[in-house]
Design a protein around this ligand. Structure first.
Ligand code: ADP
Ligand code: MG
Length: 231
């Protein structure tokens, strides 16, 4: 099998298998999945509930490990990395956005966005503040710096999550059903924001979604069924 990847390939997956044990039974979540995520992609992963979307995103994001197959991220063989190297890759190269926002409730907007940068010890306080200010500005939340998440609307919370994903300047943002908890109007605004980041700043996005509003605006759609991409 040809395992070389060209420079515009961010993530390269071949024959990826993942099983979960559930008591006595085994769930075959990914069944030999192949995928290339290209730089600049704005791609939706679409499929029924249970088809393997979250599993796939978690594996690309080094949150979970496959049982077999190959995964390269920017030409790095992820399976050869130690746990520490994988955490570093995850922290620096990948941003995550979740359906339920996953903000830390006791931290304000600024502090939530600051979190992933605190791990990067070589970044000075000055640079950190600059990056956070820029990210907050980018998502239009400058007036809400000191607000706690529970004082924000769903759309505003998702903006904080987007800023937190952006602040490390990652190569790829993985978004697991990012609009599932948002009303229609807010959904369109969040999609506008992500599309803008994609077009103007070249940020690569891979979504999982059921949402037609999002499916209608991506540049590429991948259909996943029973742990395999079918088109
Ligand atoms: P989707 O995101 O498309 O709804 P998932 O990737 O969450 O699908 O799940 C794929 C399959 O793997 C499902 O059958 C699900 O029940 C199973 N699964 C996912 N995560 C786990 C887990 N941690 N333990 C056991 N089974 C799991
Ligand atoms: Mg899911």
């Amino acid at each position: 099998m040809n395992t070389t990847t060209t420079s515009n390939v961010l993530a390269h997956l071949r024959n990826v298998q993942k099983r979960y044990k559930l008591g006595d039974t085994e769930v075959h979540a990914l069944r030999g999945l192949n995928l290339d995520v290209l730089k600049g992609d704005f791609t939706a992963l679409v499929g029924a509930s249970g088809s393997g979307k979250s599993t796939l995103l978690n594996i690309i994001g080094c949150i979970d490990e496959p049982d077999s197959g190959e995964i390269f991220f920017e030409n790095i063989n992820v399976q050869k990395l130690s746990e520490t190297q994988k955490s570093t890759l995850r922290n620096r190269k990948i941003g995550f956005i979740f359906q339920s926002f996953n903000l830390v409730p006791v931290l304000n907007v600024f502090e939530n966005i600051e979190l992933p940068l605190l791990i990067q010890k070589e970044i000075s306080k000055k640079e950190r503040d600059e990056r956070i200010t820029n990210a907050i500005n980018e998502v239009g939340l400058t007036k809400f710096l000191h607000h706690l998440p529970d004082k924000l609307s769903g759309g505003q919370r998702q903006r904080v999550a987007i800023a937190r994903a952006l602040v490390t300047q990652p190569s790829l943002i993985l978004a697991d059903e990012p609009t599932a908890n948002l009303d229609s109007d807010t959904t369109h605004k969040i999609i506008d924001l992500m599309l803008d980041l994609n077009k103007k700043k070249g940020v690569t996005f891979l979504f999982s979604t059921h949402d037609e509003k999002l499916m209608n605006r991506v540049t590429r759609t991948l259909r996943i069924q029973d742990g395999i991409i079918i088109s």
